[in-house]
Ligand binder design. Structure first.
Ligand SMILES: C[S@@+](CC[C@H](N)C(=O)[O-])C[C@H]1O[C@@H](n2cnc3c(N)ncnc32)[C@H](O)[C@@H]1O
Length: 578
């Protein structure tokens, strides 16, 4: 096998495009997220990283078709309708570059935003199609350009036809194509490409339909087109999913071009393909042998595992028997202990019952005595309430009695005072009467007056002697003399200047009170400037004599004790000297 660099480059590129070297996890919903080399070989998963999902077999087949086109010098460009991440187109561009072909373009037709929603009105076969909902199928044109750039294959030979096929394909309908690669999944996306571009396919040009084997709508579109156009073509399988056929044409009519592949004959190319297949088969055989070796090892391991499991089973059986024996013994012991415990419990229960009966009796006795106590307590409460009520009544009565007692007490006190006063007055009156009697018996009125003057002089401070004085002194008891009131009353009584009747007529308020007229005048009237008789003006006397006012003494008393001796004036028209 001739292993020149171009072949090696393309061999390696195919593996890189399918990423069988690193084996990335798929992103579809059916592969379980694990890389599976068989699925990747047949293009049955949606890789997470690889730049194409068509798998190794279809990639290798595509490379072969491209090389045949170059060998057979079939004129025209290469186009893929439905490029996803662009991997298949990268391979087409790489084949052209590897063989130095510059007069062919690679056209990439895609919406670069996923599949269109179904249009059942025009394409009933697509009804219910869900491809447009898979976001994994939408890859932007920038991303695809970037992928080309990473392989150093992005140049003016790559034509990007961006948009849905129905809107874009007519723009390349003036070109000639050597290869139509259809990978649009739906009926619509397949039939539109065939209708628009199949007429532009060179005779003996190739058609590849990627989803023929696994999408019924796609297969129907192929057959509808072939039938409608009565094409005489042979559909050939690639890997159980993709198919290809060749357009009718006359081989002998093809022109011969000068290119690196133009010097190779078809037989040489067939030989190359056979050698490649042989090498692949050898590789597959060696990996199958490796897998056989691994399986033999695994079988030995399984056998060893089986032996250890049966040994463990035997040990476990013995252990089980021992456990059963131990369990039997334990059960018997437990039964015995349980029997003893039950008997003890029955005894305990009986004594508990008896105790309980005793307690019940005691309790009923206690209940009865508690009831009696409660009855007594209720009666006591009633009595307490009655006593409370009586206590309240007594309390109120006591308060009334107390008030009455205080009242009586104060009345008694005032009566006692008045009694004492009356007693004194009585005594004074008797004494006065005795004095006046004795004086009137012993002397005429004029003398009586002068005798009184003398007597009062004797009674006043610093006065001594005189017959009347002696008489007075003799009639006045020591007790009376010591009492100022007595002296003052006496002085007024004997003055001849106090008329009780006149005083009472002029002062009705005194009449209403219980106070004797003379005592009233002595204590109050004189100070209030009331006159004792028409003969004496209390007001005049007090006005005229400052010492009387300052001494705060009854004016008539003062007169009798001092004024008379000093010959003071007692009334506007009365002068005692006259
Ligand atoms: C299964 S993927 C193609 C896989 C690709 N050939 C590869 O090598 O991995 C289908 C692609 O077709 C495109 N496609 C399907 N129908 C289309 C339509 N009617 N117009 C434009 N693009 C369409 C989608 O955008 C998507 O990128």
């Amino acid at each position: 096998m001739e292993e020149n660099p171009s072949h090696l480059y393309l061999d390696l590129l195919v593996k890189i495009l399918a990423n069988t070297i690193y084996g990335d996890a798929p992103v579809d919903q059916w592969s379980g997220g694990h890389y599976d080399s068989e699925k990747r070989r047949l293009g049955h998963d949606w890789p997470g990283v690889a730049h194409t999902m068509i798998g190794l077999e279809r990639l290798r087949h595509l490379r072969g078709l491209c090389e045949r086109i170059l060998d057979e010098q079939i004129p025209g460009d290469f186009i893929e309708t439905g490029v996803w991440r662009g991997g298949a187109c990268i391979l087409m561009r790489a084949v052209l570059k590897a063989y130095g072909i510059e007069d062919r373009d690679v056209i990439l037709a895609d919406s670069f935003q996923g599949l269109p929603p179904p249009d059942p009105a025009h394409y009933p076969r697509d009804e219910g199609d869900q491809h447009h909902t898979f976001h994994q199928l939408a890859v932007s044109v920038e991303q695809v350009r970037e992928n080309f750039r990473r392989y150093d294959l992005l140049d003016e030979k790559c034509i990007f036809l961006e948009g849905f096929f129905k809107d874009t394909l007519h723009r390349v309908a003036d070109r000639t194509f050597a290869l139509l690669r259809l990978d649009g999944d739906m009926y619509e996306s397949t039939i539109q490409v065939l209708s628009t571009l199949y007429p532009r396919l060179s005779p003996l040009g190739f058609v590849v339909v990627d989803d023929y084997g696994n999408i019924e709508a796609c297969r129907a579109a192929v057959h509808d087109y072939i039938d409608q156009n009565k094409l005489n073509v042979t559909i050939q399988p690639i890997d159980g999913c993709g198919v290809w056929w060749r357009k009718e044409g006359d081989k002998s009519s093809r022109a011969v071009h000068a290119s690196p592949r133009r010097s190779r004959s078809e037989d040489q190319y067939a030989m190359y393909v056979l050698r490649s297949s042989l090498a692949q088969a050898r590789q597959d055989l060696s990996s199958a042998q490796q897998r056989h070796g691994i399986l033999v090892d695994e079988l030995a391991g399984v056998r060893a595992q089986q032996q250890s499991i049966s040994a463990a089973l035997q040990a476990s059986q013995q252990e089980k028997e021992q456990l059963q024996k131990a369990s039997q013994q334990e059960r018997e012991q437990l039964q015995k202990a349980s029997q003893q415990e039950r008997e003890q419990l029955q005894k305990d229960l009986q004594s508990e019952r008896e105790l309980s009966q005793q307690l019940r009796n005691e309790f009923s006795r206690e209940v009865k005595s508690a009831e009696a106590l409660l009855a007594r307590y209720a009666a006591l409460e009633q009595r307490t309430a009655a006593l409370d009520a009586r206590a309240q009544i007594l309390d109120r009565t006591l308060r009334v009695v107390f008030v009455k007692r205080n009242d009586l007490h104060s009345r008694f006190k005032s009566l006692r005072d008045r009694f004492v006063e009356a007693d004194v007055l009585h005594q004074f009156a008797e004494e006065t009467y005795a004095v006046v009697n004795s004086m009137s018996r012993t002397a005429p009125v004029g003398e009586v007056v002068s005798m009184w003057r003398d007597a009062l002089g004797l009674l006043g401070p610093g006065s001594e002697g005189g017959a009347v004085g002696n008489t007075l002194r003799s009639v006045l008891s020591p007790r009376t003399r010591g009492v100022r009131l007595g002296r003052e009353v006496l002085s007024i009584a004997v003055s001849g200047l106090f008329s009780p009747r006149w005083y009472l007529e002029r002062n009705p308020d005194v009449t209403k009170s219980d106070i004797p007229a003379i005592v009233h005048y002595l204590r109050h009237g004189g100070f209030e400037k009331r006159d004792p008789s028409p003969l004496f003006s209390s007001e005049l006397y007090m006005q005229r004599y400052r010492d009387v006012r300052e001494a705060n003494v009854n004016p008539l008393v003062h007169y009798m004790l001092h004024g008379l001796a000093e010959q003071r004036k007692i009334a506007p028209s009365v002068d005692r000297r006259t």
